[in-house]
Design a protein around this ligand. Structure first.
Ligand SMILES: C[S@@+](CC[C@H](N)C(=O)[O-])C[C@H]1O[C@@H](n2cnc3c(N)ncnc32)[C@H](O)[C@@H]1O
Length: 263
């Protein structure tokens, strides 16, 4: 997948003001991430949050680091995060791409990233860059959606229209495991998790993805080429997943990973 970074930055900037109202899964993922940090509660000197979004999690890094840097590719997200940081716990704001981290070697003791790295072209490169900017003994804690995320939506689109790619391809768990196997990081934790969110209608789900800013990549920008007939076909295919409570599931399959640079 080649990622259109400008489109991502624009899409998330537009989504920023309403993002928190629909980021239910992201909040659950965040709780799992913070639990990992709490397992080693001593505060370090400096932390970086890559893809900080509206800063909801970045602010919660305060007990774990004295100096916190928030980085995002979307200026609109950084603007909302700055407004949300009323206690001024974040020391530095950086608008940059995770695949071009603008920091010298050994700048941080903790690098954190929740649900952002799936929009990078090359996760192995990000891991290598994070390794370089961490001090020895520093930790890299991140979460990333994997292969079965939004599988119901993906299957419903595929049955309706096979020529276009409507849902983002998330990396396979085996692919991530393979990257960890060859990386110089020590793996402290690799949790595989599944959260299922339920909706009354497919429209409710697609509207939520749009509000999250995720539609640009998950739709592969083919909506303008997709007729109403195909859209209705997809929605009718999704109905096969309706459960006994009359609700439609949307699966979020993801990993929470804690790595350490050897001392
Ligand atoms: C789903 S949001 C997650 C935000 C936040 N971490 C959270 O958990 O609520 C993904 C964030 O990653 C940012 N992002 C996407 N690609 C990025 C990249 N290449 N470099 C930096 N930030 C990126 C987006 O702008 C967005 O703010």
């Amino acid at each position: 997948m080649t990622v259109d970074k400008k489109a991502i930055a624009l899409s998330f900037s537009r989504a920023a003001p309403r993002y928190d109202s629909v980021a239910h899964v992201q909040r659950q993922v965040g709780e799992a991430m913070l639990a990992v940090l709490a397992s080693e509660p001593a505060a370090v000197a400096s932390a970086l949050d890559i893809g900080c979004g509206t800063g909801a999690l970045t602010i919660q890094l305060a007990p774990y680091a004295e100096h916190i840097t928030a980085l995002d590719i979307a200026p609109g997200m950084l603007a909302v995060a700055q407004q949300n940081d009323q206690q001024r716990v974040i020391s530095e704001w950086v608008c940059a791409d995770a695949e071009r981290l603008p920091f010298p070697a050994q700048s941080f003791d903790l690098v954190f990233s929740s649900f952002a790295l799936q929009w990078c072209d090359d996760l192995s490169r990000v891991m290598a860059d994070v390794y370089a900017i961490l001090r020895p003994g520093g930790r890299f804690v991140f979460s990333i959606p994997v292969e079965n995320t939004l599988r119901e939506l993906k299957l419903s689109w595929r049955k309706a229209e096979s020529r276009y790619h409507h849902v983002n391809d998330f990396p396979a768990l085996a692919e991530i495991q393979g990257l960890l196997d060859v990386s110089p990081f020590l793996t402290l934790q690799l949790q595989e998790r599944l959260d299922v969110v339920y909706y009354e209608s497919v429209r409710e789900l697609t509207r939520e993805l749009k509000t999250l800013g995720a539609h640009q990549v998950t739709s592969n920008r083919t909506h303008s080429l997709t007729g109403k007939k195909t859209l209705f076909k997809m929605m009718s295919n999704y109905e096969h997943f309706r459960n006994h409570q009359g609700l439609l599931p949307a699966s979020w399959h993801y990993c929470v990973i804690a790595l350490q640079k050897p001392r």
